[in-house]
Design a protein around this ligand. Sequence first.
Ligand code: GLN
Length: 423
Amino acid sequence: MLKKSKKREYHTGTISCKNVDFAAKEKSIYFAKDNFWTKKFFTTASSNFLNEFQPNEDATVIKLLKKKGYICLGKTNLDEFACGGSGLLSNKGAVANPYNPQHITGGSSSGSAIAVAQNLVPFALGSDTGGSVRCPAAYCGIVGFKPSYGLISRYGLIPFASSLDTIGILASRVETAKKIFLVLNQKDPRDLLTIVRKKRTKVWRTTKKIAVIQGLEKHLEKNLKELYHQTLNILKKEGYGIEKVELAKELRENLQLTYLIISCSELLSHLSSLQGITYGTKENNSIFEKRNTFLGQEVKKRLITGSYFLENLEYLEKARKFRAWTNQWVKKIFAKYRFLLFPSMNSPAPKINEVSSAFAGSQIIHWSDNLLLLANFAGIPSLSLPIGMVKELPVSMSINAAYGNDQELLEIAGLLERKIKFR
Ligand code: GLN
C-alpha cells in the first residue's frame, strides 16, 4: 500500500490539486469525481469536449459539504463521462491499481478510489450508474456506498443515465461513509427527484434472514469463494440465517443487455446538450465534427448504440420490461430477507492488458460479474465492503438492502468491518 506523503504535487488519478498540504486539514478534506460541478476547478468529465468547462456554481453535494466545513481539494479522474468500468478511458490517460500497477482500478470513479486507497483523503465523491462507485471500491480495497435512488441531490452532476445515476461515497471506513451520507441525505428543490423527508427511511426489519444467490459460487476464484464463506460465517455467528435464492436465468443473463439499452439511450438524450454552443468546446466546427474530434471512442460507440435503440423503440420497451421484472424479483427478496449478499466482483482486479474496456457493452461479461446492476435497476442501497486479499489484490462483498434501508445497511457493514479488520 502506498504511504501518505505530507505534501504532494501530483498523484496518479487525481487532477487539479497542486500544492495541497494534505496534513493541514486531514479530517475534513476530500476529492470529487470530475463530473461534479465545481466553481473552483474545471469540470471536464475527463473529456476533451469539456476541457475548459468552468461551472459558475457548485453541485449541491459540494455546497452541503462546504457548509459543514469540508474542503474539496480537487477533482479525480474517471472514464470519460462515467462511461466505463476500467479506469482506462480518461482523456488524461489510464490509471493503475494502487496495489499493483499492472492491474486496473475499475471505474468509472477510478481516481476517487485511488485517492482513498492511498489514504490521501478519508473519502471522495463518485457517481454510480451501473456500479461505478462499488466496482473501483472493490478493486482498490475500500468502502463504496451507493445510497437509495432519490436520497442525494444530483443537481450539478453531469448526467449519464438519469434513471440509474446515483451519487455515491468512496471511503476508507464505513463510519466515514455514514457520516458523509448523513450530510448529503437531504431533499433538494433543485433536484425534483429527491424525495421528501417522510419517505426517506423505511422501518427497520426484525427478520435476521439473509439471501445469497444460488449457483454463483462456481464462478468465483477459489480463494474468493473461501473469503465469501468466511464472511457469511461471521454473520451466521451473529445470528443471521443464510438462504440461497434463485435469480432466473433469463433475468441474470439479460442484465447487461438491459443496462446497455437503457443507459446508452439515456446517455444520448442527455449528451444532446453537448453541441459546443452553450456547453462544451467552442471550436468553430460543425457539431458532428466537434463530437467526432473531441469525444473518445467509447462515448461515441455508446452514443451510436443509443441512437440505434431510440430509433428502434421495441428494444427499449423490452429492456424496460426486463428492468421491471428484475425489480419485482428484488422486491420479493426484501419482503422475506433483510439483506442480499454476493461478492462485488467475481475476481480481483484484472490485468490492464487483459481488459479492452471493461463493461463497454462490446465485451460480454459473465452474469456473476454484473450483479451490481441490480441495485441501480431497483434503486436500492448497496455497499461494497473489502473482505480480504486474493493474489495480493483486494476483494469485496456487496451488501444490499431494501429501498430506504440505508442506515440499516451501514450498520451491518460496520459490524462486518469490525470483525474482518481489513484495514
Ligand atoms: N461500468 C459501467 C459502464 O461502463 C458502469 C458505469 C457507471 O456506473 N457510471 O457503463
